[in-house]
Design a protein around this ligand. Structure first.
Ligand code: GAP
Length: 474
């Protein structure tokens, strides 16, 4: 949804991004199998991306890390996996059919379409401006492509529609969900009763969402099909409980990115102005990251009050009140949500971990990914692939490690090159088997970041790696 203030934030160059441009990230992603353009052999489809063999590992690890922090380590939060397709009334009641839109303008000559608030010269527009038919004239805005005249803005609903069943008429219209949150709200009663949770408690979900964004872009930053990681925290009604929940969740969510290696200097919090709030929010603060294209939202923490549950109770006729045994009151809970994106988080970890340095006259590229996030934890490499005993030992070590973690064997180049290839995809440790290993029963463990090497007995490799992984865990 439209966020005019983000573009108008203070000097974005005061904090340097981790990389000056997205080019090395996009190129590494394609070359090494993190992210590919969707349907590429047909020319691609705008704003949909596919995760390759390494990308799917990285993104799964990001989702696991979120689930660990938000469900596994919490006694007061449970998980849910609601359907993407829901009763269409959900989206009428939630306000998305009426209000989930962005201002669209079209060039009269080249017919390109733009989000009004993202046009050059639109940085200072207010939310009122975005709905004002005279805004184009008043601010002398023109098409950035050919300087042609632009239409007055019209509200463009971001939800994808489809039809359910064999008849395609108005009665069969349903929507691809634009947020996972509504699945948690319509299941509030089911989850509370089956899990016997007492307020305050939360429902966490990870899942696909879809938005027909007018101006997607910046690689996987803004997509039309993406994955969200959202947690809805149900509270007693009123400002004080919501403020306390905000005070807990905002620093906690920012700290999660830091714990997994994002430089704190490239994170900041930004509160939404009252006229900028989404239709459901009483208060919203974004955790922003300094992307190469500016400070942008990574995750939002929102006070949604009783907006969603009250409306669903009224529209469905179901009683969604909670009986609080402590105060002996019936009430509709308030909700503070933490709303993040799995793709945006994955993208951030990729960008922030990217390193280029000079080593022995050559450029070494590495991803200093947190070991928990790294696609492979270990690569097992032979110093001499011509010696079958060495290769056999490598496979034994790799097969042993494989039971506990993603590990890989590679012998397709000389050892220096093999190290560089693993550095480039963020593998924290390489285990090298050499001729001496056959005599002394020891191998070398090389560390990605320090490039230091340690000789370890064969029987200890698995334990050493597991200990290092456990020690790194936030
Ligand atoms: N339930 C509230 C909600 O959906 P949002 O700020 O619209 O709030 C939450 O979205 C998060 O979902 C964002 O902070 C972002 O990480 C991710 N997200 C939203 N739209 C996205 C898009 N088009 N592409 C990738 N991620 C997106």
């Amino acid at each position: 949804m439209t966020n005019p203030r983000s573009a108008a934030a203070p000097d974005p160059n005061a904090v340097a991004p981790a990389v000056a441009s997205l080019e090395p990230i996009v190129s590494l992603s394609k070359r090494r199998g993190f992210v590919y353009p969707s349907s590429e052999i047909y020319g691609g489809i705008n704003a949909v991306w596919d995760y390759g063999p390494l990308g799917v590992e990285l993104k799964n690890n990001v989702k696991r890390a979120w689930w660990r922090a938000m469900v596994q380590e919490r006694d007061d939060i449970v998980g849910l996996d609601a359907g993407i397709l829901m009763h269409p009334q959900v989206w009428v009641t939630s306000g998305h059919v009426g209000s989930f839109s962005d201002p669209l303008v079209e060039c009269a000559t080249c017919h390109r379409r733009y989000r009004l608030d993202e046009l050059p010269g639109a940085e200072s527009l207010t939310v009122a401006d975005l709905a004002d038919p005279s805004v184009i004239e008043r601010h002398h805005l023109v098409c950035p492509n050919d300087a042609g005249p632009l239409s007055a803005p019209r509200q463009f609903n971001l939800m994808f529609q489809t039809n359910m069943g064999p008849v395609q008429d108005e009665g069969s219209v349903i929507y691809f969900r634009p947020e996972t949150a509504q699945g948690s709200y319509v299941n509030f009663k089911n989850v509370r009763e089956s899990s016997r949770k007492k307020i305050p408690f939360g429902i966490a979900q990870i899942g696909k969402s879809f938005r027909n964004e007018i101006s997607p872009g910046n690689f996987v930053f803004r997509m039309r099909e993406f994955e969200q990681m959202e947690m809805q925290y149900f509270l007693p009604p009123g400002g004080p409980a919501a403020a306390a929940a905000f005070d807990e969740w905002l620093p906690r969510r920012r700290a999660w990115y830091e714990a997994y290696g994002v430089d704190p200097a490239r994170l900041r919090l930004r509160e939404h102005e009252p006229d900028e709030l989404a239709h459901y929010a009483k208060k919203a603060v974004d955790v922003e990251y300094r992307f190469p294209f500016g400070w942008k939202e990574l995750e939002g923490v929102h006070n949604r009050g009783d907006f969603d549950l009250s409306r669903h109770a009224a529209a469905s006729g179901q009683n969604l009140e909670y009986f609080d045994p402590a105060t002996e009151e019936h009430y509709i809970p308030w909700i503070v949500e933490t709303a993040g994106g799995a793709d945006r988080a994955t993208f951030t970890f990729l960008i922030d971990s990217y390193r280029e340095e000079e080593v022995k006259g050559e450029t070494r590229v590495s991803l200093a990914l947190h070991p928990e996030l790294a696609p492979y934890k270990v690569a097992v490499l032979p110093l001499l692939k011509k010696r079958p005993e060495i290769v056999e030992l490598c496979h034994r070590i790799k097969d042993d490690l494989k039971r506990d973690m993603m590990s890989v064997y590679d012998d397709t180049a000389a050892i220096g090159k093999l190290y560089r290839r693993q550095d480039e995809i963020g593998t924290p440790w390489c285990v090298t088997v050499d001729v001496d290993s056959l005599e002394d029963g020891a191998v070398t463990i090389r560390d990605r970041d320090s490039m230091s090497q340690e000789r370890v007995g064969l029987d200890h490799v698995r334990r050493v790696i597991l200990e290092r992984l456990a020690a790194a865990r936030p």
